[in-house]
Design a protein around this ligand. Structure first.
Ligand code: NAP
Length: 324
């Protein structure tokens, strides 16, 4: 058994990590660090976990095998400045503090970008992981096969709709039920912070790629999931495009490629991504759905941990969709 510590334990992503890790055959949760609720039972915040005899703490065990940092952007660096961990501790950070090439080394710690479907071999050898953003995951999964085959020839157009859990547990104007219910809005049009990590991955795979990435993020009136549609010009046929996607993801544990219409409920509460590929009037339209808290955050982080420790990739992640 390996020992893991979770930081930011009262948050949404940390809650999902705790839930999944209860069913991981190789993991024992060692501590649940919380700056706001030390001493309280986990069930006081994550109420479905009220049966667990686990408490939040403001102490860390510096010898844990894995440290999951589930803090808002900027706070992971601050936490690592405050606390030291053993050289053997592997850090999996869920914020955007270490995702970009320019931020990948911190305190002599080197972080590998944890998009499994692009970086699997590097992840297996990595010391620390920068887990991708949720929008970035859905969008990159839609584009990896095109970039890998140098087929991105024109600007990219992306619309992606996220549920309210994407913004974390803190109540805000746009997560208030009265505002969010039966409502949709655009935010950070063309300027979302995930554009940089998406751009870096695409250039890694297709070095000459320099086209615009036009991204409209939308808030949807549901709690979890991301529904992303991406389109660009393409001269390839439906058969050729579909074959590229099938080939790219043929060994992928969690990505399912289809020509059928997809919907969000196929993946909510799972670590799966469903990708639909369509060629229509000179354009390829790729639709990608994930659960923002699982494949977009905690599930992907566990998938990364499994690769780091040579555990089965789906350990702790054999989840079922909430289809009804
Ligand atoms: N939500 C998603 O769908 C999603 C997807 C991908 C990535 N992420 C990223 O994952 C990280 C966690 O997201 P989340 O949605 O779980 O956020 P969250 O629900 O807001 O939880 C963050 C936790 O961080 C701690 N915290 C809050 N303010 C802090 C401060 N000033 N200093 C130190 N700790 C503080 C709190 O835990 P304690 O009070 O227990 O310390 C809080 O519950 C973020 O970086 C987010 O961008 C989120």
């Amino acid at each position: 058994m390996i020992k893991v510590g979770i930081v930011g334990s009262t948050g949404y992503v940390a809650g999902e990590l705790i839930r999944c890790l209860q069913h991981h055959p190789k993991v024992e949760v060692d501590f649940l660090y919380s700056h706001s609720q030390p001493g309280e039972l986990v069930g006081s915040i994550h109420q479905d976990l009220g049966y667990l005899d686990l408490q939040f703490t403001d102490q860390v065990n510096a010898e844990v095998d894995v440290l999951f940092l589930c803090l808002g952007h900027g706070n992971s660096k601050k936490f690592l400045e405050k606390y030291s961990f053993a050289k053997t501790t592997k850090i999996i950070d869920l914020s955007n503090d270490f995702r970009l090439n320019k931020d990948a080394v911190f305190q002599e710690k080197e972080f590998v970008y944890g998009l499994v479907e692009a970086n699997k071999e590097k992840i297996k050898q990595a010391k620390h992981i920068a887990n991708p953003g949720c929008f970035a995951t859905a969008i990159q999964l839609a584009l990896l096969p095109l970039a890998k085959n140098e087929l991105l020839k024109d600007e990219l157009h992306i619309h992606a709709l996220t549920g309210s859990t994407g913004a974390g547990q803190k109540l805000t104007e746009t997560s208030h039920f009265s505002w969010r219910n039966q409502n949709v809005s655009i935010y950070k049009a063309f300027q979302h912070q995930h554009l940089d990590e998406i751009g870096e991955t695409l250039k890694d795979l297709q070095s000459g790629f320099s086209e615009e990435i036009n991204f409209l993020p939308l808030r949807g009136d549901f709690t979890r999931g991301i529904f992303a549609s991406v389109y660009t010009k393409s001269s390839l046929s439906q058969e050729e495009l579909f074959q590229h996607y099938k080939t790219y993801y043929q060994d992928s544990e969690f990505v399912h490629v289809t020509e059928e219409t997809i919907n969000l409920k196929q993946v909510v509460n799972t670590n799966m991504a469903f990708i639909q590929v369509q060629k229509i009037d000179g354009k390829v339209l790729i639709t990608s759905v994930i659960d923002n808290l699982l494949k977009g955050a905690a599930g992907q982080a566990i998938q990364n941990m499994n690769l780091l420790f040579d555990f089965p990739e789906n350990a702790g992640l054999q989840l079922k969709a909430n289809y009804f």
